[in-house]
Design a protein around this ligand. Structure first.
Ligand code: B12
Ligand code: SF4
Ligand code: SF4
Length: 236
């Protein structure tokens, strides 16, 4: 029965445009910082969906993001927000609680913190592992996927997280223009973002350099997305 509800919900999300869908048991996120602090209290599961970019969008990215990538990131965010809204409507009309979280909303502007770190939910939902570049690495698309979440109390069947598969690879570490990626490894996730990154170096590059370029206009990069061998479909 819960399998049926879950399968139908996943099919619905795919019909709305999702390429990947997973369900996280929110008990796996115990201790994570949320805004507000009691955000997760009414909910038991997080439905996570992802939309991918073709590798072509990243191929021209050498040492800076492109105007095409910037525009497509906005399109992906809009699509994710649309899918989230529709999944939320469906769950709600079936009598369940549901709260869609947007693809890209920074709530604590000092600390660059969202309502809920999406990657933690995507990892718990089995959509990928947290790579050394602190991105979710999906076995099919690598890091060229954006994600969003709907929180719900619907009785769904959760997916299982996958193991860390970066191994000895250091491609993202070598590619980062500001040497922000430390190359650390972990079993599930780093204790905090400083374990993985020199955070200020990454943020500084995106905010004070890329985002102020007129053709970019937002803090994006794409270099450590492209560098990951799992991102490139022609790697084999
Ligand atoms: C603010 C923000 C930024 C800021 C700050 C980044 C940061 N890491 O905090 C800046 C502008 C620098 C940035 C940069 C980038 N971002 Co950004 N960003 C966000 C945003 C809005 C919030 C990130 C966040 O939660 N920060 C808080 C930190 C601490 O959380 P975290 O990075 O997820 O890592 C922690 C947890 O996940 C934790 N964890 C995992 N499981 C568990 C379980 C438990 C119990 C606990 C306690 C913790 C835990 O482990 C990590 C350390 O604690 C998210 C969207 C969202 N709502 O989540 C997008 C998001 C993370 N960004 C994304 C992307 C793609 C990028 C960039 C590549 C830029 C670009 N678009 O080209 C770079 C990558 C930088 C990097 N190597 O990390 C994507 C990642 C997709 C993916 N495949 O992983 C996201 C998810 C947006 C989306 N809708 O898809 N970003
Ligand atoms: S987003 Fe860019 S600056 Fe930040 S870690 Fe990745 S490659 Fe480095
Ligand atoms: S480039 Fe290598 S080390 Fe970095 S995230 Fe991808 S597999 Fe992991």
């Amino acid at each position: 029965m819960t399998e049926d509800i879950t399968a139908h919900l996943k099919e619905f999300a795919v019909l709305q445009g999702a390429d990947l869908v997973g369900v996280a048991d929110l008990r796996r996120l115990e201790g994570i910082r949320t805004i507000p602090a009691d955000l997760l209290t009414p909910y038991t599961h997080g439905v996570v969906f992802g939309v991918h970019f073709p590798f072509d969008v990243f191929e021209p990215i050498i040492d800076a993001p492109t105007a095409l990538y910037s525009r497509q990131q906005t399109t992906a965010n809009n699509l994710l927000d649309h899918i989230g809204f529709r999944v939320q409507q469906r769950l709600s009309s079936q009598g369940h609680r549901a709260q869609a979280l947007p693809a890209s909303l920074v709530v604590d502007k000092q600390d660059w913190w969202p309502n809920l770190p999406t990657k933690a939910v995507a990892r718990a939902a089995g959509l990928g592992w947290m790579g050394k570049n602190l991105l979710i690495i999906n076995p099919r698309y690598g890091a060229r996927v954006r994600y969003a979440v709907v929180l719900t109390d619907a009785p769904l069947t959760p997916d299982q997280p996958m193991p860390f598969r970066c191994g000895n690879c250091t491609k993202c570490v070598e590619a980062c223009p500001v040497e922000a990626i430390k190359g650390a490894a972990w079993e599930e996730h780093p204790a905090d973002r400083e374990t993985a990154l020199f955070f200020d170096r990454c943020l500084g590059k995106l905010k004070d350099d890329f985002a102020v370029r007129p053709e970019i206009g937002q803090p994006i990069c794409g270099i450590c997305i492209k560098a990951c061998p799992w991102t490139n479909p022609r790697r084999l």
